[in-house]
Design a protein. Structure first.
Ligand code: PLP
Length: 356
């Protein structure tokens, strides 16, 4: 028997699982939710006793501060069914650390790392059968926190709710994406909140993205707020380019979120002996490289889609097409090695997998 007394939350399993009604082989992303969720409240800086119980609706006051002033942050991570049938989380410690950095930036309380980790483990143990085993599928894990005090007037909330729920998911993007190099709208600025996974960042990206879609693109390639000369991120993913034989990745900053997929791809490629540069990448440089044939590959990196190939860079005057994806070397290698670790079919040299 588990000694639940050592946990600072209660575990109340559901009577009957909803899993029987779910087809894990045919999953839309983020539409199906597992049986349980974790909930813990923070009042005046003190975390209260938490609970794992049935996933379901919550009731709040219309004056709940997160609805008005936007203190809301989240994480996105995954657990994978291993080749041998067991389940592992991929680098959860990195998500926990980043969550608390986001909390700090948004004036919210930090979640104690051990409580966060234990909550993940216990939640996954309870919903272990929801972790799908089909190719490219995973259990997506969504920790988040939002201000819950009822109060009108701008200041940090005195109450917060921390939650975790999970979704079994299939593959994300399928085909290569056309990206619009965004020369007007801005996702993030120096000194802003772009380095945090703050809900409002995504709200601000929606209109420009819809506009890009109406112009025939799939996503935005964000550039820096001050000059629109430097490439930062692709949609809600980090971005990488292959210039000649070098993988070039914009360096992380206030405006480029420190993605775990990005960091993992850099480490894996360096280990493979590929030359990797983390630095400023200019739009001009990409256009020159596209013209002279040295721009070989361009791809997004993120937990949801892992690797998302970019087939076209859209500028006002001209769309630059990349070489056909079939000729790419680095992006498929990143995907192969990352998947090898995450699904337990390859070497986990760095000890990234944390078994449940
Ligand atoms: C979450 C996110 C990423 C990717 O981070 P991962 O840890 O790799 O999932 C990149 N950019 C933005 C803006 C994000 O929100």
């Amino acid at each position: 028997m588990e000694d639940y007394k050592t946990l600072d939350f209660d575990i109340l399993p559901v009577g009957a699982s909803r899993l029987d009604g779910v087809d894990l082989s045919n999953l839309a992303f983020g539409k199906v939710f597992s049986d349980h969720m974790f909930v813990m409240d923070c009042v005046e800086g003190v975390w209260q006793r938490g609970e794992i119980s049935a996933y379901g609706p919550m009731t709040f006051s219309p004056a709940m501060m997160s609805l008005h002033y936007g203190q809301a942050i989240f994480e996105g991570m995954k657990a994978f069914r291993q080749k041998d049938g067991t389940v592992s989380m991929f680098r959860p410690g990195e998500n926990i650390k980043r969550f608390n950095l986001s909390a700090q930036r948004m004036g919210m309380p930090e979640m104690p790392e051990d409580t966060f980790f234990q909550a993940l483990v216990e939640l996954l143990k309870l919903d272990i059968n929801w972790v799908p085993s089909h190719a490219d599928s995973a259990l997506y894990i969504r920790p988040f926190m939002f201000a819950t005090e009822s109060h009108v007037g701008v200041r940090p909330s005195k109450k917060y709710r921390f939650c975790i729920f999970t979704c079994p998911v299939g593959a994300y993007y399928t085909k290569p994406v056309k990206v619009k190099v965004e020369l007007h709208y801005t996702r993030a600025a120096e000194g802003g909140t772009g380095g945090a996974k703050a809900a409002g960042n995504y709200a601000g990206s929606l209109f420009p993205t819809e506009l890009a879609k109406s112009q025939g693109y799939d996503q935005i390639l964000w550039t820096d707020a001050a000059t629109h000369q430097n490439v930062e991120e692709c949609g809600t993913m980090n971005v990488a380019f292959v210039l000649g034989d070098t993988m070039v990745v914009p360096q992380t900053s206030d405006t480029v979120l420190a993605g775990i997929t990005r960091a993992s791809a850099v480490a894996l490629m360096q280990q493979q002996g590929v030359k990797v540069e983390e630095r400023k990448v200019t739009v001009q440089e990409l256009v020159e490289a596209a013209k002279n044939g040295t721009l070989k590959e361009a791809f997004g990196l993120g937990t949801a889609a892992t690797v998302s190939s970019i087939c076209t860079l859209g500028l006002p005057e001209v769309d630059w097409d990349l070489p056909p994806v079939e000729s790419w070397v680095i992006a498929p290698k990143v995907k192969e090695l990352l998947d090898g670790v995450r699904y337990g079919s390859g070497e986990d040299h760095f000890g990234w997998n944390i078994p449940i």
